[in-house]
Design a protein around this ligand. Structure first.
Ligand code: SF4
Length: 234
């Protein structure tokens, strides 16, 4: 008996899951494209993508939830989806959309001014007055704008201690959006190579950003392939 394509596709998923060979999730999260593309490709291929569960991320989620509850007046947690090729999608969740504007909320714990000065840390980490949106935050809100067809967004930076905030306007940048989509396409190519049993050594890693690699579950793989120095990381 013939079934509709959606049902056939679902049945295929069940069969593959039962046989221990679940299908690769053909979704790429916007937030996964700002650091190591190799990590993103491996997470998709091995089905291990897991948004950060650090205590900082947990506090951020709780404060986002609180903001949506108490402030209202905007659409919060707006899902976004952009069709790539061959069934692949770029997906994410904009923190909020108010009319024609995309809003992103960042909750930052600023360091004590004096100790930050002493340690030579950047001024933007010292206090709200010097805060500025990171490159990653800008490219992510820009991606949401591109997907939702909006021309402007605002990044709110809150001081977690007291919840004072500043607002930064971000105009949509078409070229940045195109470059972001290219990154997603590189990830797709890499996953396809992994499916063919090849390792995509060519895909962008993170240079020498040891802090990114330190918490990455794929360290042993990269150490064996082309980053021997990872073995020295604690
Ligand atoms: S160990 Fe480093 S280079 Fe390798 S996938 Fe993880 S973050 Fe990327």
């Amino acid at each position: 008996m013939e079934h509709p394509p959606e049902i056939e596709e679902f049945n295929d998923r069940i069969r593959r899951a039962v046989s221990g060979n679940p299908p690769v999730e053909r979704r790429i999260w916007v937030t996964s494209l700002s650091h190591c593309l190799r990590k993103t490709a491996l997470s998709i291929y091995l089905n291990t993508y897991n948004p950060s569960k650090s205590w900082e991320a947990r506090i951020g989620s709780a404060l986002h939830g609180w903001l949506g509850e108490v402030v209202k007046g905007a659409d919060f947690e707006v899902p976004v989806e952009y069709e790539l090729r061959d069934g692949w999608k770029l997906v994410g969740k904009a923190d909020a959309v108010k009319g024609d504007y995309v809003l992103e909320f960042k909750f930052k714990g600023f360091e004590n001014k004096n100790s930050a000065e002493d340690s030579g840390k950047p001024a933007k980490n010292r206090d709200l007055e010097h805060a500025e949106p990171s490159k990653e935050w800008i490219e992510q809100i820009n991606a949401y704008m591109g997907i939702l067809g909006k021309e402007k967004g605002y990044i709110y930076i809150f001081d977690r201690n007291g919840l004072e905030f500043r607002v930064f306007e971000v105009p949509f940048d078409e070229r940045l959006f195109r470059r972001f989509i290219k990154r997603a396409e590189r990830v797709i190519e890499a996953v396809e190579e992994l499916e063919q049993g090849k390792f995509p050594k060519w895909i962008s890693t993170v240079g020498n950003k040891r802090w990114v690699c330190r918490s990455c579950p794929f360290r042993p793989i990269c150490a064996a392939i082309d980053r021997e120095w990872l073995l020295e990381l604690e």
